[in-house]
Design a protein around this ligand. Structure first.
Ligand SMILES: *[C@@H]1O[C@H](CO)[C@@H](O)[C@H](O)[C@H]1NC(C)=O
Ligand SMILES: *[C@@H]1O[C@H](CO)[C@@H](O)[C@H](O)[C@H]1NC(C)=O
Ligand SMILES: *[C@@H]1O[C@H](CO)[C@@H](O)[C@H](O)[C@H]1NC(C)=O
Ligand SMILES: *[C@@H]1O[C@H](CO)[C@@H](O)[C@H](O)[C@H]1NC(C)=O
Ligand SMILES: *[C@@H]1O[C@H](CO)[C@@H](O)[C@H](O)[C@H]1NC(C)=O
Length: 655
């Protein structure tokens, strides 16, 4: 999204710049300007103040149902050509200028249709188009309703949430209900079980301070499961800023909805192989692509037309009726449940009523979630994707993996390792574009790696980078060039140790080589904050170790560590002591297993580790390491955890 993160345009914030804007747009109506601002903010989801040509293409892809493809490409080209200072980023001012040039009737109509496509988009932040913060944001009422219902259902039985549940979907109470952080923590834990140690959530006597602690815990935990939280903090959540709250909720919900749409978690997905396709290719698909395949698999079995997207193609409910029918028949054959789908709704001419009849059938499978009839008929792709993902999770309706009647040996299909997952979550939490679903194949065009360089202060010359869409012929050459550049930057600028690593290794998705580079990037990212705080001195392991030991002994703790491989780390006691040293009063000592002279049972170690990781996140450390990394003393992850705590400790001292 922000390949070239530049300072936010002064235009968006400065009053002086604002005045210039007023002059230049005298030819453009106030109303149009507001629409443009709204559109711009909608595409600029990361609030960078700029949109990239990627993001524009996204917008016009959405608009494409009313414009032919060539026209879309033409417009995007004009936009890119209009990027006057060639920084590959388009500011709002540039955006308006180009719009003015293009203001043909057809174009502006398409444009308006795109940005107001979903009824119920609400605006707030003042009517002037520019709120006190300089930006105006809108949010979708449909999303709010969908998420509220999902939360009501998911947490209905949770004793810690009864003070806010059920949330009324018809007013703004979602935003106030999230203020104390409890709901968010619970939703995160549902999406990725065991992410948050229950004992760390403040549930009683909630002062502003305690609520803030919960929100910080939620944000750091969300980041650890791969949500992008770079432009949002506890204050935004406390203030209940709708677009930020909904953006975060969607990311959290999506992690949960997509968790099992993966071949190592559901071997039935192998049924979705098409003739002549390699398993590796199927395994490289994104959850969205797999869901589309899944729907089409059932539609083919039903002998009806397939679909290409979750917007235009599902509006008439036809695909959904057949999908539900296929699923229900499968469940009946497997003797799981007997529900006969009533298909008579297909004869209903009014599409809204037809969608309602379809959803009543979904309800019989306990799957009426995320969409209203109107979300179906308006083709809201985000909510329809959620509806389908939930259907898949509840009733995939897939046979055991077979090809031509023979069982396939699936023993060799391995899921992602813990380390791979942690790296991937780290990468995604930084907001790279596109989202990384598979560590190796999604990094093989070098683009994500190059974005990571920028996050760790290694400047990237984007003029040297080949961007998609790649040509049909020679696409891999373009990707390889990017990878070569990525290796060159690592070697020459970042001074990474890349002996024996070439661009071709990244391009092929070689695990060893990719992991090595990604680890060095993550390490640099982790210690960067320390160099910022310290005297710019290069931070090595020894400095972190010394700081840990010194801090522990100054606070008269009896733990010390000799290295990041120290066996004592498996008890998490040094970590918990350190947290107590940095943030006195946070540790509840009756929760900590001390064991007999440092000897702890495995279960007690894990218990301590969960507590330690959640505590660290609660006091503000963005920890990606997992409890098992502590128990097994994985030196890399242990290093990142201590470095994070050190960064946090120093920040407190400097304040
Ligand atoms: C969805 O697919 C249909 C064809 O099946 C196509 O006409 C339509 O443009 C697509 N819509 C989007 C938004 O991609
Ligand atoms: C959530 O709560 C609202 C208000 O009580 C209710 O109308 C809605 O049905 C609930 N949703 C679920 C899924 O329980
Ligand atoms: C929303 O409606 C409920 C009643 O269903 C009410 O208790 C609550 O105060 C309302 N919240 C807001 C923010 O208006
Ligand atoms: C988090 O999830 C785990 C496993 O599902 C569960 O045991 C624990 O109670 C949950 N904690 C919270 C805070 O919901
Ligand atoms: C603490 O760290 C310092 C510096 O690495 C080391 O000299 C010392 O031996 C460590 N303490 C223990 C108990 O290992």
């Amino acid at each position: 999204m922000d390949r070239a993160r530049l300072p936010v345009s002064p235009f968006l914030h400065g009053h002086k710049a604002e005045a210039t804007m007023e002059n230049r747009v005298t030819q453009i109506s106030r109303e149009d300007l507001e629409d443009l601002r709204e559109a711009f903010n909608k595409i600029d989801i990361d609030n960078s103040g700029y949109v990239s040509d990627f993001e524009l293409q996204e917008l016009f892809r959405e608009a494409s149902f009313s414009l032919p493809g060539y026209k879309v490409r033409e417009i995007v080209e004009i936009f890119v050509a209009g990027d006057t200072n060639k920084d590959e980023k388009i500011s709002f001012e540039e955006f308006v200028a180009i719009y003015q040039e293009l203001k043909s009737k057809q174009f502006s109509e398409t444009f308006k249709k795109t940005i107001t496509r979903r009824d119920g988009i609400r605006s707030f932040g003042g009517t002037s188009g520019v709120s006190s913060e300089g930006t105006q944001h809108s949010y979708s009422d449909e999303e709010k309703v969908a998420f509220v219902n999902w939360i009501n259902k998911s947490l209905a039985k949770d004793p810690d949430c009864q003070h806010v549940l059920p949330i009324n979907p018809d007013n703004e109470s979602l935003f106030t209900s999230l203020r104390d952080g409890i709901l968010l923590c619970k939703m995160i834990n549902l999406s990725q079980p065991d992410t948050i140690d229950e004992r760390v959530i403040n549930t009683k006597k909630l002062t502003t301070f305690k609520m803030t602690e919960n929100l910080v815990l939620a944000l750091n935990s969300a980041s650890a499961i791969g949500c992008t939280v770079v432009n949002i903090d506890a204050h935004d959540l406390m203030a209940g800023k709708p677009h930020l709250v909904l953006g975060l909720l969607w990311q959290i919900i999506k992690v949960g909805l997509f968790a099992d749409i993966e071949i190592s978690r559901n071997e039935g997905l192998i049924c979705l192989l098409i003739d002549g396709e390699e398993l590796d290719h199927l395994m490289s698909l994104s959850p969205e692509e797999l869901l589309l395949r899944w729907v089409n698999y059932h539609l083919r079995n039903a002998g009806t037309d397939t679909i290409r997207n979750f917007s235009e193609d599902i509006k008439d409910s036809r695909a959904y009726f057949y999908l539900l029918d296929q699923i229900a028949s499968h469940e009946e054959r497997e003797h799981k449940m007997i529900v006969k789908i009533d298909m008579s709704g297909l004869n209903e001419h009014n599409l809204d009523q037809r969608a309602e009849l379809m959803l009543r059938q979904a309800a019989r499978l306990d799957c009426r979630q995320f969409v209203s009839p109107h979300d179906v008929t308006s083709g809201n792709s985000k909510l329809n994707l959620a509806f389908v993902a939930n259907l898949f999770n509840m009733h995939a309706g897939l046979q055991k993996a077979q090809i031509n009647g023979n069982d396939i040996d699936t023993a060799h299909i391995e899921g992602e390792s813990r380390e791979e997952k942690t790296f991937r979550n780290w990468i995604n939490s930084l907001g790279v574009n596109p989202y990384v679903n598979h560590l190796y194949c999604d990094l093989c065009d070098g683009l994500v790696i190059l974005q990571l360089y920028e996050k760790v202060n290694v400047p990237v010359n984007w003029k040297r980078v080949n961007n998609p869409p790649y040509p049909n012929l020679g696409a891999n050459m373009k990707k390889l060039e990017n990878c070569n550049y990525a290796v060159e930057l690592g070697r020459d600028v970042a001074h990474f140790s890349l002996v024996g690593i070439g661009g071709e290794n990244l391009n092929e998705g070689s695990p060893v080589h990719t992991l090595s580079l990604v680890w060095q990037l993550m390490r640099r990212y982790t210690v960067l904050v320390l160099s910022d705080l310290g005297d710019g001195e290069k931070v090595g392991d020894q400095i972190i170790l010394n700081w840990v030991n010194t801090t522990l002994s100054q606070k008269r703790k009896d733990t010390q560590i000799s290295s990041f491989k120290d066996k004592l780390i498996s008890t998490s006691l040094p970590v918990i002591d350190l947290i107590d040293a940095i943030a006195p009063g946070t540790v509840k000592w009756d929760m900590v297993n001390r064991g007999d002279r440092g000897v702890l049972k495995d279960a007690d170690k894990l218990d301590n580790a969960k507590y330690a990781v959640s505590l660290a996140r609660k006091i503000g450390a963005r920890v990606y390491a997992l409890p098992d990394d502590l128990v097994e003393v994985k030196p890399k992850m242990v290093l990142t955890l201590f470095a994070c705590l050190m960064g946090h400790g120093l920040k407190k001292v400097n304040r």
